[in-house]
Design a protein around this ligand. Structure first.
Ligand code: NAD
Ligand code: XAI
Ligand code: MG
Ligand code: MG
Length: 335
């Protein structure tokens, strides 16, 4: 056993710390919808707070909530959960939450960005804690409904009441996370590791590795559909095995030919140079350079994100994905 991280499960957490308290969930997007539904299904008192009527408002209403404007949602809340995009949180905090919140209400985050990089300066009399899902919002909902939960990192930044961790664990239990595990961390550790992870593997790394392999095969004259099955579609199946049995389990599930090729060529593709660049990316996160760059990009209207999305939407790999979607869906296991 390595036994470094402190991991809490259902037996260590109680919903009592939040029972009867008014909880405002700000935002109804990826995480907002999942949290609001899971917390409500866990018997907690949730109000959805939104800035304006629109898609999120409609979605929340369809799910049986009666959304209200952000300022109204926070006025009565004892627990305020920030589930609007990271780059919006500071403005919402300054303009809507800070002037209207109850004195001493809890401030809760799903990612430490705004606190760690000091974009939000919380009042000294509030508990400030974090429950950060280690998975996408839809999965947080899907796993909960299926009786499971996505693991989370929990941390307390300010613990005025002495009960911040108890309440973080109650939130974790409410969204189903302690059915799996809530790992004790810090705002610093969560923020930095989450950013490094999404840049180098979960979003950036995996996408670029898939695209590089796919595009190489297509350039060499192989059929795009064959390239798609090989370099993008099968990743889920391999990752599913890693997910349940670890890397050793995956190696034992593939042929010796794949083991040998994977072990020798993998290290040439993902070589020392790549490791050096992963380290550089991690250092840029840790010293705040990435955060400054992202704030600046956001303030310019996110041109890189907007154009990048367009480029991927129009790529051959996405066209093949659209073409094969029915076939792929037909083949999925039926519960
Ligand atoms: N996406 C994920 O799966 C995921 C995973 C872990 C942690 N987080 C964290 O959860 C938090 C929320 O991220 P998300 O991806 O769920 O957000 P999101 O982009 O899905 O948020 C959308 C919601 O925010 C509202 N919103 C968008 N722009 C707004 C604006 N200008 N003013 C007011 N409201 C606005 C929308 O109406 C919608 O309700 C972030 O701190 C993020 O880092 C997200
Ligand atoms: C789902 C992720 C990538 O893990 C999350 O960190 C995010 O920012 O969306
Ligand atoms: Mg993230
Ligand atoms: Mg993440």
């Amino acid at each position: 056993m390595i036994n470094i991280a402190k991991i809490y499960t259902d037996k260590d957490a109680s919903l009592d710390a939040l029972k009867g308290k008014k909880i405002a969930v700000l935002g109804y997007g990826n995480q907002g919808r999942a949290w609001a539904l899971n917390l409500r299904d866990s018997g907690l008192d949730v109000t959805v707070g939104l800035e304006r009527q629109g898609k999120s408002w409609e979605k929340a209403t369809k799910d049986g909530f009666t959304p209200v404007k952000t300022d109204e949602a926070v006025r009565n809340a004892e627990v305020i959960i920030f589930l609007v995009p990271d780059m919006i949180q500071r403005t919402i905090w300054l303009e809507k939450v800070k002037p209207n919140m109850k004195k001493g209400a809890d401030l809760v985050f799903a990612h430490g960005f705004n606190i760690h990089f000091r974009m939000i300066e919380p009042p000294a009399d509030s508990d400030v804690y974090m429950v950060a899902p280690k998975g996408p919002g839809d999965t947080v909902r899907d796993y909960y409904v299926a009786g499971g939960g996505v693991p989370v990192l929990v941390a307390a930044y300010q613990n005025v009441s002495g009960k911040a961790m108890e309440k973080a664990l109650a939130v974790a239990k409410g969204i189903g996370a302690t059915r799996s595990g809530a790992l004790e961390s810090s705002f610093k550790e969560e923020t930095e590791t989450d950013l490094v992870g999404e840049q180098t593997i979960l979003v950036g790394g995996i996408m670029e590795l898939m695209r590089a392999s796919f595009e190489t095969l297509v350039e060499m004259g192989y059929q795009p559909e064959v390239a798609y099955f090989e370099t993008i579609n099968e990743v889920k199946m391999i990752v599913d095995i890693i997910h349940s049995k670890g890397l050793s389990g995956m190696l034992r599930a593939v042929s010796d030919t794949a083991k040998y090729g994977g072990m020798t060529v993998g290290k040439k593709v993902i070589n020392e140079d790549v490791r050096k660049r992963i380290r550089e990316a991690a250092e840029r996160v840790r010293d705040g350079q990435f955060a400054s760059e992202w704030v600046e990009e956001y303030n310019r209207g996110m041109p890189t994100v907007v154009n990048g999305l367009k480029e991927v939407d129009n790529s051959l790999e996405q066209k093949v994905a659209n073409e094969l979607r029915d076939l792929i869906e037909r083949g999925k296991p039926k519960k």
